[in-house]
Design a protein around this ligand. Structure first.
Ligand code: HEM
Length: 265
């Protein structure tokens, strides 16, 4: 019995071929496809020289594990951003039980909810530990000195913003602990000289601690600070790439001697 000829997966004229006309191996065709997409994008964006400039940098001799703390902090930040997006899909900033219940729902009912919530909650502490360690490395290695002062100043702002993320995030579960701890925190801010009362009013979103406070903390925690941080991290990393990583101080100490040349007269 005559059988119907099989239809080729890819129509003949579109089948990828080698330069000599023979059919191309599917794996090669796939790799080629990937390349052409990348080429297409690169031709239009000219992004590859920039990426190469950022990724393939020379680093000084003698660097060690302490130099990875900045990247570790970056990883912790990205973890907070990704897990935060998933939490925001279920969280409700509502003081009449909504916030508390939505967190309980995340932990008890949502698929992998407790895991994602745990990653976000513990990740916040991990990020704070890492950022302090990174700052300690930069301080003890003297990496804040000329020409890296601006990198340091942006780092200080990033440190303050990271702590502010911890403070604003702490209120969100809206259980007794987070409620009273935040009242204490806002009251401490209130006692700052001159600006204190204004900062307190701003944080509470009025004279009373209530529904508007929670919305304000949520907006600051979810949109304002992460946006500013992302931009500042971008600038921080641009400066790191532009100025290069500083050499470990014990190597620097040897440099001048090696550079000394004696001239015999
Ligand atoms: C979100 C927070 C931060 C991120 C993601 C981050 C990221 C990085 C990365 C990836 C580097 C490359 C070298 C390294 O890892 O040591 C770096 C370098 C540097 N960071 Fe940070 N950083 C942050 C916070 C800070 C803070 C709080 C300070 C200081 C107050 C700081 C000051 C510096 C300085 C001065 C350098 C240059 C170090 C050198 O050239 O040896 N950074 N940062």
């Amino acid at each position: 019995m005559a059988s119907v000829p099989k239809t080729p997966l890819v129509p003949e004229p579109l089948q990828p071929t080698e330069p000599d006309g023979s059919p191309m191996h599917p794996a090669d065709a796939l790799a080629e496809g990937g390349l052409t997409v990348v080429d297409w994008l690169d031709e239009r964006t000219q992004i590859s020289p920039g990426l190469r400039w950022m990724m393939y940098r020379k680093v000084p001799k003698g660097i060690n594990w302490a130099y990875t703390l900045g990247s570790a902090t970056l990883f912790a930040f990205l973890n907070q951003a990704v897990t935060g997006v998933f939490l925001a899909m279920y969280y409700q900033p509502n003081v009449n039980g909504g916030a508390y219940e939505s967190i309980r729902n995340i932990n008890d009912n949502v698929f992998l909810g407790q895991f994602v919530h745990g990653m976000h909650k513990w990740g916040a502490s991990v990020m704070i530990v890492l950022i302090f360690l990174h700052m300690g490395r930069v301080f003890f290695f003297g990496a804040y000195k000329y020409p890296r002062e601006l990198t340091w100043i942006i780092g200080v702002v990033l440190l303050i913003l990271t702590l502010a993320m911890g403070f604003t995030g702490y209120l969100l579960p809206f259980d007794n602990r987070s409620y009273w701890a935040t009242i204490v925190g806002v009251n401490i801010n209130n006692t700052a000289p001159f600006l204190g009362p204004y900062i307190g009013d701003f944080l509470r979103a009025g004279p009373e601690f209530g529904a508007t406070t929670l919305s304000r903390f949520y907006a600051i925690h979810m949109m304002l600070i992460p946006g500013i941080m992302a931009a500042l991290i971008g600038f921080h990393l641009y400066l790191v790439a532009k100025l290069g990583i500083s050499a470990p101080p014990w190597l620097k100490a040897q440099e001048p001697e090696a550079a000394i040349t004696t001239v015999e007269v």
